[in-house]
Design a protein around this ligand. Sequence first.
Ligand SMILES: Nc1ncnc2c1ncn2[C@@H]1O[C@H](COP(=O)(O)OP(=O)(O)OP(=O)(O)O)[C@@H](O)[C@H]1O
Ligand SMILES: [Mg+2]
Length: 423
Amino acid sequence: MSALAVQSLYKIFGNRADEAVRRLADGAPRAEALAGLPATAAVVDATFEVRPGEIFVVMGLSGSGKSTLIRMLNGLLRPTSGSVRVDGVELTSLKPAALRKLRRDKISMVFQHFALMPHRTVAENAGYALEVAGLPKPERRERAMEALRMVGLTEWADNLPHDLSGGMRQRVGLARALAAGTDILLMDEAFSALDPLIRREIQDQLLELQAELGKTIIFITHDLNEAMRLGDRIAVMRDGRIVQIGTAEEILTDPANGYVAQFVADVDRTRILTAASVMEKPHQVLDVGAGPRVAAKALRDTQTSVVYVTGPGKRFLGTVTEDEVLRALRENRTNLDGHVVTDQVRTVTEDTSVADLFADCAESRHPVAVLDDRGRLAGVIPRITLLSALASATPDEPAPVEPSPAAPAPADLDAAAGKEMSA
Ligand SMILES: Nc1ncnc2c1ncn2[C@@H]1O[C@H](COP(=O)(O)OP(=O)(O)OP(=O)(O)O)[C@@H](O)[C@H]1O
Ligand SMILES: [Mg+2]
């Protein structure tokens, strides 16, 4: 079952909301549909499900309806129409007291400008939700301290917020949500006010925590790179509507429309694309039990200079070059055992980011071998494939790929690879 499910959700501010919903229901853009109505459509026909343990990012420009959407997920705002279910419970059917209980037990929220209470210590701030819930002081303290440990602020527990930097204060906000012990966290631009380096650090920390805790997180941001780093899946909002939901890779490689394509046009795609998404089927794979004659034929047939060799369980062992095949033939060997070398190709795993592939590709004499989690040869990446994959990942117009600062430009790569490369 999904942790959270939203169906045909609308939020209209202003008057004649029902008429507004009717006009929007057939998919018309909100400016057109609401012309002449004294109403603002903040969220239009949103439908999605969030799985338990997932980081679900909602991304969109200012005014696209992100905050309105997230506030309906914990009942802070009442939908104009549609349904929100948390663990199967329909929120729109709950009375205010039940909604408050839900916010206490099931869903915590972290905001952008997290308001800490200036005259209470960091630990008291972290345990605030528990104080509201009426927990006795020792238990509050214990859970607050545990949450502060998770975000790395143990030593600051008895300081006042005033002593903390912006990034640390934001971590107190996160600690408060963690101390509450809810399964679902809503984070509305929680890191947006932080400067880029601090922001990256706290993103890393969230990912680490998530690996340990497995919360269900709905994370709102207008920053594409943040969305791509954090999101298991990303929903892109525009003018109140969700225009696409997918993994970072899906959104990059297959944007649903021109708007999404434009939005993602300047992302550093080398950090998102993985080896698995650019690899090719290897031309020549032989079992180590194959004889040198078979290997020689394989080389001739494909006009390549190397075969990829696998052993028991199809695990990748290494390569046999043409010179070695000749030697095996001369020595009348019956198989390739003893002729396999491991220094001719580099190996990477399927989830290696393309940004991290450049060095391997440059240093690998033959196409890089991509191994799956059981060490089997999943594919190979010739240098030219890497470069053309980057070029074709640019959506819509086939604009030239701007080399990102993180990755060497194609020209540099050639220079780095030198004349040795034969891929
Ligand atoms: N209480 C309200 N009354 C009237 N209109 C509102 C209200 N809250 C939001 N809106 C309007 O709804 C639309 C969506 O606003 P919302 O705050 O959800 O956007 P957002 O994507 O969170 O933007 P930002 O990135 O700036 O936070 C905007 O046009 C906004 O002006
Ligand atoms: Mg907002």
